[in-house]
Unconditional design. Structure first.
Length: 294
C-alpha cells in the first residue's frame, strides 16, 4: 500500500503534469518525440518526384525498374525508464534524496507519456536486475512503476550500468526511447555498452545530482569517493583547499561523462535535489527539438 503522504504527493505531481501537458509540456513532448519513428510498410513503383534515397535497390534490380520503400509514422512511442537504484541514490541534502527526485521525474514524464497514449516500461538496476516492468499503457500501470521506485527492497548497493544496458539491448525488440537515470558514479566503464544500445534506440541520460556532490559542509574528516580514480579519499572539510580539490574532481568527472555522451550523440539533462526540474525539462525539450530539426 502507498502511504497517504505519498499518495498526496503523487496526486500533486499528476495535477501539475496535467496542467503542464495542457499548456507547455505536451507540445514540447510531442514535437520532440512523436513522429520521429517510422516503420517500413511496402514497396511501390517509383514515380517522378519521389525521394531517390528511398529506392529499394534489391527490388529494383529484380523488377528492372525503380521501386521505392514506403513508410508510415509510428504514432505510439515506447518509453523505458532505466533507473539506478543503488545506495548512492539514497542520499541528498536539499529537501529530497536523489531516489525521491527520481520518483518525481519518472512520475512527471510517466503521466505525460500516459496522457499521450504511449507505452511505458521500467527497469530498476544496481549491479544486477532489481525490477523489470514491461511497457504498457494506463494510469494504473504508471502508479505501479511509481510504487516499485518507492517501495522496492534493493538487493545490492553497488552500480553496474553495463549490466542494465546489455540487459535492455537483448530484451527490447521495439525501438524505444530510454531515459537512463543515474548519478553515474560507477567503477566500471560503460560506454561500449551504451554505444551498442544507442545503435538502435534513442537514449537520454538523466544525471542526478545533489549539492554535496560538489560542496561539503565543514564537519571534519569525511570519506568521499573519487569517481575519476575510483578511490576512496579522506578529506578534511575544514580545509578550504581540500574542499576546492573535491569540487574540482567532481566537475572534471562531470565534464568527462558529458564529453563521452556527446561523442556518442546522446542527449543529457541534469536534475538536482532541491531544485524544480520542470523548467529545465522544457528547456531540454526545446533544445532537442531544434537539434532534431537541423
Amino acid at each position: 500500500m502507498i502511504s497517504k503522504d505519498i499518495l498526496k504527493k503523487i496526486k500533486r505531481i499528476e495535477i501539475i503534469t496535467k496542467n503542464l501537458v495542457n499548456t507547455v509540456l505536451q507540445g514540447e513532448y510531442l514535437s520532440t518525440f512523436k513522429g520521429r519513428g517510422i516503420e517500413f510498410t511496402e514497396v511501390r513503383e517509383y514515380v517522378e518526384g519521389d525521394d531517390v534515397r528511398t529506392i529499394d535497390w534489391n527490388v529494383t534490380a529484380r523488377m528492372n525498374q525503380p521501386y521505392i520503400k514506403t513508410f508510415i509514422e509510428e504514432r505510439e512511442l515506447q518509453v523505458i525508464f532505466a533507473s539506478d537504484m543503488s545506495a548512492s541514490l539514497f542520499s541528498g541534502t536539499k529537501e529530497n534524496f536523489k531516489n525521491e527526485l527520481v520518483f518525481e521525474f519518472v512520475a512527471t514524464l510517466g503521466f505525460t507519456a500516459n496522457i499521450n497514449n504511449d507505452r511505458v516500461g521500467f527497469l530498476g538496476f544496481t549491479s544486477e536486475l532489481e525490477k523489470y516492468i514491461p511497457p504498457k499503457k494506463g494510469k494504473k500501470h504508471i502508479l505501479r512503476i511509481i510504487r516499485e521506485i518507492l517501495y522496492h527492497n534493493v538487493k545490492k548497493e553497488t552500480t553496474d550500468i553495463n549490466f542494465a544496458l546489455n540487459y535492455l539491448n537483448h530484451l527490447l525488440k521495439k525501438k524505444s526511447t530510454i531515459f537512463l537515470i543515474s548519478d553515474f558514479y560507477t567503477k566500471k566503464d560503460f560506454y561500449d555498452s551504451l554505444k551498442a544500445l544507442r545503435y538502435y534506440h534513442d537514449i537520454i541520460a538523466v544525471i542526478v545530482r545533489d549539492s554535496m556532490d560538489f560542496e561539503l559542509l565543514p564537519v571534519g574528516l569525511l570519506p568521499v569517493y573519487d569517481p575519476e580514480n575510483k578511490n576512496l579519499l579522506w578529506l578534511d572539510t575544514f580545509d578550504k583547499k581540500e574542499l576546492e580539490k573535491y569540487k574540482k574532481i567532481s566537475l572534471n568527472y562531470d565534464n568527462k561523462i558529458i564529453k563521452n555522451f556527446k561523442s556518442l550523440g546522446i542527449d543529457y539533462i541534469y536534475i538536482t535535489c532541491g531544485k524544480p526540474f520542470i523548467q529545465d525539462l522544457i528547456s531540454f525539450f526545446k533544445k532537442r527539438e531544434r537539434k532534431l530539426a537541423r
